[in-house]
Design a protein around this ligand. Structure first.
Ligand code: AQP
Length: 345
């Protein structure tokens, strides 16, 4: 199999409370890449059990993410939409990458430190090796590009390190089996735009997050128009009016976050948003932001509801996606087993 040159892979965990950060930082980019790339979008349910072992309802949480993909504009017929646990090759390659990755690499991962908190001895081993599974997700499809939010940057660097070590350590065998110079691509992250890191509405120093206990900290894709408006109205800000330039937002994390959200939703630059609202108080800016957020998110919300009304149809889409994903994954795994030198097929 030749190396694909424009294959996108990305995933979202079905841990509930899919939020505006996930949408602006990831899902919206997934949609735009469909015209130029061959895309594989995955509901990464194996990742979902690394932090909280017992999920409330993994099946419906999984359908919800898939519905959000489709409601946002992803075409599951032209591209592949599936959930990770249906393609067993993810787990197999992740195990082999546990042997490729070095302890020191994983110990540097800041997301593990943040998620494990002070009590890292109690964290699951899966949470620690999470980045190896993520590398397996991507490299199983030999994906060349991965659209993600800013928080995943370090994990993608680790994916590149794993690919590089594998390519170097197995160099002769990769050549011997006719796979050219490198077997795995050195994947490029796609992290750009004004909302690569959407912050909490309650605390501008924390990332908007599914697992944050306060629901007021995030806008969920399932929120009603009234909820969205209420959350934006109550969002924490300072008492200064909006400045004339983006540079003057520095040091005003909450203000900068709301301007970034507006810019991303309106498809404008933060500079142009600041120019429109320069000198205005948040009492004026927040209703405009709420109106824009409702206008952009309501159609997605309604379409998600419609899709989720028919769980059997969602399951069929995911099963069909998994069949197509498996066709690619099984070839990679067969070649990887051959390169490692395991006995068998
Ligand atoms: N606040 C954010 N701003 C921009 N992008 C974000 N992403 C997550 N939070 C933000 C991006 O969404 C994609 C899917 O994320 P994930 O499901 O892998 O979860 P996560 O990155 O661990 O963060 P979450 O969604 O807040 O979940 P929890 O609370 O479980 O950690 C990724 O591309 C991510 O960068």
């Amino acid at each position: 199999m030749g190396q694909p040159t424009n294959r996108v892979f990305s995933g979202v965990q079905p841990t509930g409370n899919l939020h505006l950060g996930n949408y602006l930082g990831a899902i919206r980019k997934f949609v735009t890449l469909q015209d130029s790339h061959e895309c594989i979008y995955c509901v990464v349910d194996l990742h979902a059990v690394t932090a909280d072992l017992v999920q409330k309802d993994l099946k419906s949480q999984t359908r919800e993410i898939a519905a959000a993909f489709i409601a946002s504009g992803i075409d599951p017929e032209k591209h592949i939409v599936f959930n990770q646990s249906q393609v067993r090759e993810h787990s197999e390659l992740a195990w082999l990458f546990n042997c490729v990755a070095r302890m020191g690499w994983l110990r540097r991962m800041t997301q593990f430190k943040e998620k494990a908190g002070k009590n890292s001895e109690e964290a699951s081993v899966g949470l620690f090796t999470y980045p190896n599974l993520m590398a397996a997700d991507i490299l199983l499809y030999r994906a060349t590009h991965v659209p993600v939010g800013d928080d995943q940057k370090q994990h993608l660097e680790l994916t590149r390190d794993i690919a590089t070590k594998f390519n170097n350590d197995f160099k002769e065998r990769i050549a011997e089996f006719g796979h050219g110079e490198e077997y795995f691509p050195i994947t490029e992250p796609i992290i750009d735009g004004p909302a690569t890191r959407v912050m909490s509405l309650r605390d501008g120093s924390r990332k908007m997050s599914k697992s944050e206990p306060s629901d007021m900290s995030r806008i969920n894709l399932t929120d009603s128009a009234d909820d969205i408006a209420k959350k934006i109205r109550k969002a924490r800000t300072d008492s200064e009016p909006l400045p004339e330039s983006v540079e003057d937002l520095k040091g005003r994390a909450e203000a900068e976050n709301l301007v970034g959200i507006y810019a991303a939703l309106a498809d404008e630059s933060p500079g142009s948003v600041v120019r429109q609202f320069a000198g205005k108080q948040f009492g004026e800016f927040k209703p405009a932001l709420a109106e824009l957020a409702v206008e952009k998110l309501s159609p997605i919300n309604q379409e998600m509801k419609r899709l989720l009304d028919d769980p059997a149809a969602m399951d069929k889409i995911l099963a069909n996606g998994a069949d197509r994903a498996r066709e690619i994954a099984s070839v990679t795994m067969r070649e990887v087993r051959e390169i490692f030198g395991f006995l068998g097929d």
